[in-house]
Design a protein around this ligand. Structure first.
Ligand SMILES: Nc1ccn([C@@H]2O[C@H](COP(=O)(O)OP(=O)(O)OP(=O)(O)O)[C@@H](O)[C@H]2O)c(=O)n1
Ligand SMILES: C[C@](O)(CO)[C@H](O)COP(=O)(O)O
Length: 232
């Protein structure tokens, strides 16, 4: 089997929890748009054969301009997304012709190539993988009245990240099935799990944060590696 790898970077959200007028994926992180950091990591990897970026229909042209301006080292196809993350991923998938696909959030710019490689290796060995970290806090289930109803065993709880890696044919089938039944999930793995494909968890990084609220951007600015400056 040919093992060609495609990457879908989703960046079509509004970033409402960030509370800025500009969509959060375009905010500057150490003088560079967040999504450009993310694209640079994948574009530099020899394992990656095709790249698609999904963004808002109104942002397609300026993203192409940025990609040109920052001299992203691989060809990146920029396409318009949908109203939910799931719709955006599905639109991106249709532009790939690879055997494998890695889906990654454009707003996880601290992803490291080593983790991308581990996720790819695990998926190619087992069929499907997601990056994740064990939760550090005790997690409670709370009802609508603010009363605790359960304390699940923390040892089985993981906080799920991206990349999420699958055979393209499996992920397309999972997306078609979800679309058909009106199922809406918050990650790609949920859709694959529900068609009965086991998904392997790969130990991710606590630094592979999804920039969601303003303090995440502050943390990312502390951690991001800038040219000529190695921040631990
Ligand atoms: N319709 C959407 C919604 C989300 N995303 C992308 O999915 C990733 C994870 O989503 P999240 O962090 O929830 O982003 P937003 O939806 O933008 O944030 P919020 O929920 O605060 O509005 C982001 O890279 C986001 O751009 C997308 O491509 N299309
Ligand atoms: C896919 C994901 O990054 C896993 O954590 C996440 O579910 C997407 O973001 P959202 O905040 O749930 O929309």
């Amino acid at each position: 089997m040919n093992n060609q790898v495609g990457v879908v970077i989703v960046a079509a959200g509004r970033g409402s929890r960030m509370g800025t007028q500009e969509s959060k994926q375009f905010l500057l992180l150490r003088n560079k748009p967040i999504f450009i950091h993310t694209l640079e990591i994948f574009a530099a990897m020899p394992e990656v054969d095709e790249m698609v970026m999904v963004t808002g229909a109104e942002d397609v042209e300026r993203c192409r301009d940025w990609i040109h301006q920052y001299k992203i080292s691989k060809n990146v196809r920029v396409v318009a997304g949908g109203s939910e993350r799931q719709h955006s991923v599905y639109r991106g998938l249709r532009h790939l012709q690879t055997d494998w696909v890695m889906v990654h959030d454009g707003v996880r710019p601290l992803i490291q190539p080593e983790l991308v490689r581990s996720c790819l290796e695990a998926a190619q060995r087992t069929g499907a993988s997601v990056a994740a970290v064990p939760v550090k806090d005790t997690i409670k289930q709370v009802n609508g009245d603010g009363i605790i109803t359960a304390t699940p065993d923390r040892r089985s709880l993981w906080s799920i990240q991206t990349p999420q890696t699958f055979r393209l044919s499996d992920l397309l089938r999972a997306y078609e099935e979800a679309e058909h039944t009106g199922f809406l999930g918050t990650d790609d793995s949920m859709l694959v799990e529900r068609i009965g494909i086991p998904v392997t968890v790969v130990q991710g990084s606590y630094k592979n944060i999804k920039i969601t609220t303003p303090e995440d951007l502050d943390m990312a600015a502390l951690w991001v590696k800038t040219e000529g400056e190695d921040i631990k």
